[in-house]
Design a binder for this molecule. Structure first.
Ligand SMILES: Nc1ncnc2c1ncn2[C@@H]1O[C@H](COP(=O)(O)OP(=O)(O)O)[C@@H](O)[C@H]1O
Ligand SMILES: [Mg+2]
Length: 232
């Protein structure tokens, strides 16, 4: 049985001396070089740094999408570094929400269906999922667009749908990899203020990668990364 973090975790995430490299032994590239970091429950953290410095790699490890070479990552009581594939799949399904730069919505489904899918996969009952979807559509200001196909939406609208989809499973942690990287500045501001407001309302811990100092200024804390390590 997977133990989920309870409300009294001050440090929701503890990352201890995490190392990760890619490639065959003769030309191995060390991407994360001993990253350590603690993130409090409900904190909104922005991660900045030049392309290739290891930001996405760190998010992938936090989401249990990839294996680290050494080190530890705790999500509440859960030792991610010790989990097998089945446990990681459950952790992702039940605890983690994700938003990507290119939205990753399913084009053949409507806005509403895209939001509902992860909750149905979690096993939430259909009436509960419908009610929650209606609520989330209202929260992201897109009640009118529920029945639209994804290609009928603007970039900003797609990202708001992706945010609702990320929140429907009531994630403890939300990972956002350049969520405004593909949006104009007005849509970016709109999406980011929603991310902050809804994160606060739902008590979600948010880790967001961004290239924009203006976007990062919305976070509670901003950290810079260089060459596989955090500048603290
Ligand atoms: N699956 C992979 N295989 C090989 N190299 C990778 C892989 N993923 C990332 N890298 C390399 O790791 C480095 C860091 O990548 P990434 O974490 O995506 O950087 P960032 O998100 O900061 O731009 C880059 O040099 C990239 O080419
Ligand atoms: Mg990246």
């Amino acid at each position: 049985m997977l133990r989920l973090p309870s409300d009294n975790y001050k440090n929701m995430i503890s990352i201890n001396d995490v190392r990760k490299s890619y490639g065959p032994p003769e030309c191995r590239v060390e991407v994360l070089r001993g990253v350590s970091l603690k993130i409090q429950q409900g904190e909104f953290l922005a991660l900045m740094g030049p392309s290739g410095c290891g930001k996405s790699t760190l998010l992938h490890l936090l989401g249990g999408f990839d294996q680290m070479d050494s080190g530890e990552i705790f999500l509440g009581e859960n030792a991610i570094h010790q989990m097998n594939d089945q446990q990681l799949t459950r952790l992702r399904r039940d605890t983690i929400g994700i938003i990507f730069q290119f939205f990753n919505l399913l084009p053949t489904l409507t806005a509403e269906e895209n939001i509902q899918l992860p909750a149905l996969l979690q096993g939430q009952s259909a009436p509960a999922v419908r009610a929650r979807t209606t609520q989330l559509l209202a929260e992201v200001g897109l009640s009118q667009k529920a029945d639209k196909k994804i290609h009928q939406l603007s970039g900003g609208e797609m990202q708001r749908i992706a945010l609702a989809r990320a929140l429907i499973g009531n994630p403890t942690v939300l990972l956002a990899d350049e969520p405004t990287g593909n949006l104009d500045s007005e849509s970016s501001r709109n999406v980011i203020s929603l991310l902050r407001e809804l994160g606060r309302e739902h008590g979600t811990t948010i880790i967001m990668v961004t290239h924009s100092t203006e976007i990062a200024a919305n976070a509670d804390r901003c950290l810079a990364m260089r060459d596989g390590n955090l500048l603290i």
